[in-house]
Ligand binder design. Structure first.
Ligand code: ATP
Length: 471
């Protein structure tokens, strides 16, 4: 654990790691990368800083730890899981200046930003202005997630298939517009609203109260002052992840997540209660349409707008009877999709991130485990509403010993020899299997060994997709 003392950062007792190096990059000799990466860019070992504290950041840190080029990894602020594979640093993700200072003082070679908020706040611009390498889009490019209006406008000009939509900055006009629509409709706050800024309004009364709440009552602060009203799309959802280096991209494996809190997609939306990969509704035909109708026009549009997107783009799609439609663009790895995707990735993640920053992603191919992955999220009872923290967690060791099972921490903290709950989403349990059914059975077996008071998880993760081929 690294704590700040005066102006200096001090190591106060983490797993023994190599000493800090004097130069920007250490002098350990180049080691060949696995052949699948086909991108032998990294010639030296590197020090890495991962920013964030959720299951996504544990999965990123866990995967980067496996890279022969990763010498030392810090995670700010991290959680119990990241503390087992890296050195946690007590700096909040919102303290951009402290993060820059830490990276400078510790000669960090590469910073990987997990959550959307620091990206929207311009953390990449700040790091770049200090000549620090950082993975993620700059502030201008992060608008693709932080402003739904910006994303919609881009899609409109490039004719990217998405729901028909109109944007409003005046509530009376928005209310008037709703009178002409067939319900349900979808109302979206323009800015970031912790995944709660999208409301599916079943009727006019709900539309009225939603618009009033967002635009007049400031329910989401400035994020809801402008809104998008769009048509409701029917279909099944799919999460895609692409590494974009401005001009080119590589597609990661497909995944699906489960956003609602309760089985059978009931209850409120959450940050994600589970995921699986590959997505049962994705195929090569859709992939080719995704390339020609979505990704190529998008990259062209960004360049035309003079926006340099380098980082991870995660388009959320609705697969309709007319083909894929974009629901939203996210500009960072998904959570919990990352926890389900990275255990399937056989290639080294580090050279892929470096190639993205250097505009050389087209040279990369990613090798994947052909097995399926299922991730079940264990949450505190009451989440996404009010919940209690500080519950002792047991069974982590027994569950983690199961073959092809990986437990990613999210809201956890250490208390003496115990691990306790410290958030809404507590753990993400991922298992691999030759079929989705096998992966699912193993994931739930692991889940059954973990206990904490008021633990809540969905019993139907990947259930509807069982029987789908894993190819
Ligand atoms: P996230 O928390 O993933 O960032 P968000 O708040 O940015 O989500 P969206 O992903 O745009 O919002 O929408 C949230 C969910 O609302 C989608 O996963 C989808 O289930 C539903 N949704 C959004 N737009 C539409 C639409 N046009 N038609 C039908 N459902 C939609």
């Amino acid at each position: 654990m690294i704590r700040r003392s005066g102006r200096e950062w001090q190591d106060v007792g983490t797993p023994a790691g190599p000493k800090l190096f004097g130069g920007r990059r250490s002098a350990r000799p180049y080691q060949p990368l696995d052949s699948a990466s086909r991108y032998s860019y990294l010639r030296f070992v590197v020090k890495i800083l991962v920013i964030g504290s959720g299951g996504r950041e544990h999965a990123l840190t866990w995967k980067l730890r496996q890279s022969p080029q990763a010498e030392r990894i810090f995670c700010a602020p991290g959680n119990v899981g990241t503390g087992e594979v890296a050195e946690n640093v007590t700096i909040p993700v919102s303290d951009l200046k402290a993060l820059v200072s830490f990276a400078k003082e510790n000669r960090v070679d590469l910073t990987v930003v997990g959550p959307d908020d620091p990206l929207a706040a311009g953390i990449i611009d700040l790091f770049t202005s200090e000549k620090l390498r950082a993975f993620g889009p700059n502030k201008s490019a992060a608008r693709i997630e932080s402003s739904k209006i910006f994303a919609k406008e881009l899609m409109r000009t490039q004719k990217i298939p998405t729901a028909e939509a109109r944007t409003f900055s005046n509530s009376s006009e928005a209310l008037h517009y709703c009178e002409r629509l067939e319900f349900p409709i979808v109302i979206k706050a323009d800015g970031l609203a912790l995944g709660k800024g999208v409301v599916i309004a079943a009727d006019a009364a709900m539309a009225r109260s939603t618009i009033d709440g967002m635009m007049n009552q400031g329910r989401f602060g400035d994020a809801g002052r402008r809104i998008v009203i769009e048509e409701f799309l029917h279909g099944t959802e799919c999460s895609l992840h692409v590494l974009v280096d401005r001009r080119n991209y590589v597609l990661l494996e497909s995944a699906r997540d489960h956003k609602r809190a309760l089985d059978a997609d009931q209850g409120p939306n959450t940050g994600g209660m589970g995921a699986f990969s590959p997505a049962s509704n994705w195929n090569s035909k859709l992939q080719s349409r995704f390339d020609s109708e979505i990704m190529r026009p998008l990259l062209r549009g960004l360049i035309q707008e003079d926006v340099t997107f380098q980082g991870l783009l995660y388009p959320g799609l609705m697969i309709t009877s007319d083909g894929p439609r974009v629901l939203e663009f996210n500009c960072r790895f998904g959570d919990p999709e990352t926890q389900t995707l990275l255990p399937r990735m056989k290639s080294d993640l580090l050279p892929l991130l470096e190639a993205t920053i250097d505009g050389k992603i087209e040279r990369c191919a990613i090798e994947w485990d052909t097995r399926a992955a299922v991730t079940v999220v264990l949450a505190s009872g009451g989440y996404p509403g009010k919940y209690e923290s500080g519950k002792s967690i047991s069974g982590l060791d027994q569950a983690g010993k199961l073959e092809d099972v990986q437990i990613f921490h999210a809201g956890t903290k250490r208390d003496g020899s115990e691990v306790k709950t410290a958030g809404g989403r507590v753990l993400a349990v991922t298992a691999l299997g030759s079929t989705l059914e096998a992966a699912r059975a193993r994931a739930y077996e692991a889940v059954s060994r973990i206990h904490f008071e008021n633990c809540h998880y969905r019993r139907d993760i990947a259930l509807n997709a069982i029987g789908a081929n894993v190819t």
